[in-house]
Design a protein around this ligand. Structure first.
Ligand code: TEU
Ligand code: CA
Length: 565
């Protein structure tokens, strides 16, 4: 559906985002852990790959209980990753190359070592302790017939995403505090205006330095029910509950709008939200017209009715089964639910999810690459997916992720998808020096599947990504045009990208065989521009066309009349 009323003009609409997990990208000081100077040293690779922006997972000072998602200082760099000067150098080097830099911001919780929390837990007397209310403290539940010590009388049934109760007892002040994740990650009280102001100030610290936007961690979880009501049981799985009172609370949208106005006061910056919600709820994070407030800084915003996140992350392709009908359904539903002026986006992998090539297999990972980079909307790539990196096996003594340590063997561990980037065929694949043990093991086939080796192979998945990124940049239909006729026929997924109404762009037909057998379909006359097996480009097609299992085809249609039904 071409949205010609709201053409794609912003860098975060036409561009492609690449996520870097800094621990795993490039080590420069021989401690086996990636760092900021490492990212700087690899910017030329990213330019040659053809992406437009990097999003860097947290590098702030942190005790690293959750590898940086437990922040103890929002306005500095952890010595493990470098210094503020290293960050400024990285930002300048990226900007010099035309790359944007997006930071990962973690507003829902801090580290339990953050000075705010240390102060908050120091006393429950709110006059003596102005930060008590910065976090979510609660008395123990009243004792009932089966009397229990206070520390066992949880205020309600809320559970941590990392297992166990979401409440931790603080004996000195005899109250519980809420932690949606680890007990080392106490949740901030987002109803407190002082908390909001403090976070917005920290955002400004980085915006003033020149960062191009934020990916906001767990944006849909910021506000919790003010009456702390119990979550109802999940009818599908009575051992769990539904997050009715802990997620997607209506007041969250006001906060997103506030964050957005902080960014808008700086110009062309982007607000991305990490949001795992069904599509109808997800698209509300673009902003809602009813509580939109005009922004005094930009009196004529391009999309006046949308004051929420620019890109509420769409994870539905990650969560979907890899079937043509399921994927066609997601694309059509998403497109139909997008509010006017909202720009779509798709994600296929991140540091919390099993690797794409492991989930769907190496052959389908090529089709997935073409799908992600030809859909309408901003794609976000996860580092290493361009090499077809897989989940790595993690032996019990190699486990690093607290999500695995807390609940071993439940498949919650995220170490497998965080293994070091593969650069070279030298020991440790160029990630760190030869004699060092990297913080996570390397993928076994690093000698042949590293970026340097794949660069020399004309049919490697890296070559495919480079070509796709080049084509996406080159053709305005691909980065800005419309989408139409999204359909599934058996295992074939198809859609058309529709030229902008400028008279000099091309329509494209996309065809993907998401099954395990060769399949045949029909195509309007056109020229094959790219196939995921990197074979057969330049041939003319008209009518019946055969597609290999896991193959995707990008076809430039001969004329716009040819494809009108
Ligand atoms: O993830 C939020 C989140 O919901 C994850 O727990 C996700 O559901 C799970 O990992 C899926 O496997 C964000 C960050 O991306 C994650 O790395 C952090 O651990 C978490 O927030 C806490 O900050
Ligand atoms: Ca290092």
């Amino acid at each position: 559906m071409p949205d010609s009323e709201f053409p794609a003009t912003e860098w975060w609409q036409t561009g492609v985002i690449y996520q870097i997990y800094p621990r795993s990208f490039q080590d420069t000081n021989g401690d086996g852990i990636g760092d900021l100077p490492g990212i700087t040293s690899r910017l030329d690779y990213l330019v040659s790959l053809g992406i437009d922006a990097i999003w860097i997972s947290p590098f702030y000072p942190s005790p690293m209980a959750d590898f940086g998602y437990d922040v103890s200082d929002y306005t500095n760099v952890d010595p493990l990753f470098g210094t503020l000067a290293d960050f400024d150098a990285l930002l300048a080097a990226a900007h010099n190359r035309g790359l944007r830099v997006i930071l990962d911001f973690v507003p829902n919780h801090t580290s339990d070592q953050h000075p705010w929390f240390l102060q908050s837990k120091s006393s429950r007397d709110q006059r003596a302790n102005p930060k008590r209310n910065w976090y979510l403290w609660h008395d123990a539940a009243q004792p009932g017939d089966d009397w229990q010590p206070a520390k066992n009388r949880y205020p309600n049934n809320w559970m941590s995403q990392f297992g166990g109760h979401a409440w931790e007892w603080d004996q000195p002040t005899e109250q519980f505090y809420l932690h949606s994740f680890l007990k080392e990650q106490p949740d901030l009280n987002w109803r407190n205006p002082q908390v909001r102001a403090a976070i917005y100030m920290a955002m400004r610290f980085w915006l003033d330095r020149g960062v191009d936007g934020f990916r906001m961690d767990v944006l849909w979880l910021l506000i919790k029910d003010e009456f702390f009501r119990n979550n109802p049981p999940n009818p599908q799985d009575l051992a769990s509950t539904l997050p009715v009172f802990t997620a997607d609370q209506p007041e969250t949208h006001k906060i997103v709008a506030e964050m957005r106005s902080v960014l808008d006061s700086y110009g062309d910056r982007v607000l991305i939200g990490e949001i795992y919600l069904p599509l109808p709820e997800l698209v509300r994070y673009y902003g809602q017209s009813d509580d939109s407030t005009p922004n005094p800084q930009s009196p004529t915003p391009k999309t006046p009715q949308l004051r929420g996140a620019n890109l509420p992350f769409n994870f539905h392709l990650i969560q979907s089964q890899w079937y043509a009908e399921a994927i066609a359904h997601i694309i059509r539903t998403y497109e139909s639910l997008l509010p006017a002026g909202a720009w779509p986006n798709y994600v296929l992998g991140n540091h919390d999810q099993s690797r794409l090539a492991t989930r769907i297999g190496p052959q389908q990972a090529r089709a997935a690459a073409m799908l992600l980079l030809t859909l309408r909307g901003t794609p976000t790539l996860y580092y290493g997916d361009e090499l077809g990196m897989q989940d790595i096996p993690i032996a019990p003594d190699q486990v690093r992720d607290p999500a695995e340590k807390n609940e071993p063997g439940k498949g919650k561990g995220r170490d497998p998808e965080r293994s070091p980037m593969l650069w070279l065929d030298t020991p440790n694949a160029g990630f760190t020096s030869a004699e060092v043990t990297p913080w996570l093991p390397l993928q076994h086939d690093w000698q042949t599947e590293n970026a340097t080796a794949q660069s020399t192979r004309p049919r490697s998945i890296l070559t495919l990504y480079r070509k796709l990124l080049q084509l996406r940049r080159q053709h305005d239909t691909l980065h800005s045009g419309g989408i139409a006729d999204v359909a599934a026929e058996g295992n074939i997924l198809r859609f058309r990208r529709v030229a902008l109404p400028n008279g000099h762009s091309t329509d494209f037909q996309l065809l993907f065989n998401l099954g395990n057998d060769i399949a045949t379909t029909q195509c309007a006359p056109g020229t094959v521009v790219l196939t995921t097996i990197l074979d057969g480009e330049g041939s003319h097609v008209d009518g019946a066309i055969t597609i290999e299992a896991g193959e995707g085809l990008l076809i430039a249609l001969d004329s716009n009349e040819g494809i009108l039904e």
